[in-house]
Design a protein around this ligand. Structure first.
Ligand code: 13P
Length: 355
């Protein structure tokens, strides 16, 4: 295995004061996001949107890496240069989503198993040749009265282990993403229990399958109440509960934890990350972000499919990236938030769809 290069690659993604842009929505999911804003979705408009994010001037001050979808990694920028090279020119590490989505888990209604292991070795080899240096695989766990089942947890943890081992074989840093969804009316306590069970199962598999913990990153959900739970949690409670869960279940050898935003509004996702870092003065891992919606929502709503809005959309993205970069070292302030554009406050959230 490529232990040293994997460890160096993982560490570079969680360099102090930087986080990851998740821009790996499938064409289907991005189309749904576009439709909500009446933006036409074609390979070209999706390219234009990704290009504006990838070429935002100075983004590498806050962003270490960007996760792409298969369509994007093969696309050319308007200049004729490959988008993947546009990222490298900025000093941003290219990454790729390699799962093929969460599909119904046979025999277990309402639950899913993430697929994509068939032919993965060969796909990873090709992606590495094209320039990808890290990858992502998202497992989805739903909380319900009798969910998740033990089988769903174990099957998804096993797949994450197989994916991570294959990535490391090909000298690609795996981001291991077990997402416990915030859909539902469950309490923060229940989210804590389920997230803990899932993390425990994931690290058991990673251990059994010989994955080098030093050469990977974990991308978990924060521990929050379900979005329909009557009892809301304060920022401090989310930070304390999330940190407690991670300290119990994530080995110290893991170099970094990069949260997904999971449907939290952009400002709330930043505030939570900041509070976790302020609380975790002596923590074994770096704690940063790998946000999709929480980094992009304002930029997309500013661009609206009109390339004359590119500069303003890039600014909206850079403002959010800057706030999150500060939060990743516990230095986010209200003043910093106000310096940039107003975030999308309140309950706004866009849904994840098929991926
Ligand atoms: P969100 O931050 O929008 O949850 O997306 C992150 C991600 O990559 C989920 O797979």
């Amino acid at each position: 295995m490529h232990l040293q290069s994997l460890a160096t690659g993982a560490a570079a993604l969680v360099e102090d004061g930087k986080g990851i842009l998740a821009a790996d929505e499938t064409a289907g999911t991005l189309t749904k996001r576009f439709e909500q804003l009446k933006i036409t979705s074609t390979p070209e408009t999706r390219r234009d949107y990704r290009e504006l994010l990838f070429t935002a001037p100075g983004a590498s001050k806050f962003i270490s890496g960007a996760i792409m979808y298969d369509e994007t990694i093969h696309q050319l920028a308007t200049s004729g240069k490959k988008l993947v090279d546009a990222l490298c020119d900025q000093g941003i590490i290219p990454g790729i989503k390699v799962d093929t989505g969460a599909k119904p888990l046979a025999g277990f209604q309402e639950e899913t198993i993430t697929e994509g292991l068939d032919g993965l070795r060969e796909r990873l080899q090709r992606y590495r040749e094209i320039g990808a240096r890290f990858a992502k695989w998202r497992a989805v766990i739903r909380i319900g009265d009798h969910l998740p089942s033990e089988h769903c947890i174990n099957a998804n943890a096993h797949a994450l282990g197989r994916y991570a081992a294959l990535c490391q074989e090909q000298d690609i840093v795996p981001i291991v993403e077990p997402e416990v969804l915030m859909d539902g009316a469950h309490t923060i306590e229940r989210c804590n229990t389920v997230t803990g069970r899932m993390l425990q199962a994931v690290f058991n598999e990673l251990y059994q399958q010989g994955v080098s913990l030093e050469g990977m990153l974990l991308k978990p959900n924060m521990v929050v109440p379900g979005n329909n739970c009557p009892r809301k949690a304060s920022v401090t409670e989310v930070a304390e509960t999330t940190l407690e869960c991670l300290l119990r279940h994530v080995p110290a050898a893991v170099p970094g934890i990069v949260f997904l935003s999971g449907g939290q509004s952009d400002v709330v996702a930043t505030a939570h990350l900041d509070a976790i870092n302020k609380l975790a003065r002596s923590k074994p891992w770096k704690i940063s972000f790998s946000y999709g919606r929480a980094l992009q929502d304002m930029a997309l709503a500013t661009w609206l499919g009109n390339n004359q809005n590119c500069n303003a959309a890039q600014q909206a993205y850079l403002n959010r990236a800057k706030c999150n970069a500060a939060a990743s070292v516990g230095k986010y302030t209200e003043a910093l938030e106000k310096e940039g554009s107003r975030g999308i406050a309140g309950t706004h959230r866009s849904e994840r769809e098929d991926d």
